[in-house]
Design a protein around this ligand. Structure first.
Ligand SMILES: NC(=O)c1ccc[n+]([C@@H]2O[C@H](COP(=O)([O-])OP(=O)(O)OC[C@H]3O[C@@H](n4cnc5c(N)ncnc54)[C@H](O)[C@@H]3O)[C@@H](O)[C@H]2O)c1
Length: 150
């Protein structure tokens, strides 16, 4: 069974991706601090599916990912503080959270040994992840963008 790690898995995009990957047979680990994502009925139902695990953790902490395995068929970074209101009212929090979470993720990929974790970001057969852009292409297939006229 392929395995995917979704950081920010309780958020808008993370949840949609998780629901889709789960329905395609992936085992999933979702990581979220629930600062914005909600533990609502939909998320509870998803987490009750076989192979789905929810980990509550603050990704700005350097040790947030320490207990997780490092071998995945896909790792999706969708944890962030987003939105114009957040940027306008508390830009320091936006920059701090988004920067630290990404830096710690990169440190986790490439531990102090300097050797990147193998096969973390692509399937074992070396193909590109099947789901990059999948949600966007499905949305645009439903509602094609109008063509610009010259
Ligand atoms: N929603 C869109 O239309 C859209 C479009 C393009 C790109 N994106 C990008 O996708 C990503 C996710 O966007 P979204 O709309 O799902 O946002 P969202 O706010 O719904 O989800 C972000 C998730 O990250 C979690 N989070 C925040 N700080 C955290 C921390 N310190 N530790 C752990 N979890 C934390 C939140 O609880 C939330 O569940 C962002 O990078 C955003 O810029 C979103």
């Amino acid at each position: 069974m392929p395995r995917a790690l979704i950081l920010g898995g309780a958020g808008f995009i993370g949840y949609q991706l998780a629901a889709r990957l789960s329905s395609e047979g992936y085992a999933l680990t979702l990581v979220d601090d629930l600062s914005r994502g909600r533990q609502d009925k939909e998320l509870e139902a998803l987490c009750a599916r076989p192979g789905v695990t929810m980990v509550r953790a603050d990704l700005t902490r350097p040790d947030a990912l320490a207990e997780l395995p490092r071998q995945w068929d896909g790792v999706y970074m969708l944890a962030a503080v987003v939105g114009v209101r957040n940027v306008e009212t508390d830009p320091a929090r936006v920059v701090r959270t988004n920067t630290l979470a990404l830096m710690h993720l990169l440190d986790w990929f490439v531990p102090e040994s300097g050797r990147p974790v193998p096969q973390c970001l692509r399937p074992p057969d070396g193909r590109r992840p099947r789901h990059s852009g999948a949600i966007a292409s499905r949305a645009s297939a439903r509602e094609p963008l109008p063509r610009l006229r010259r």
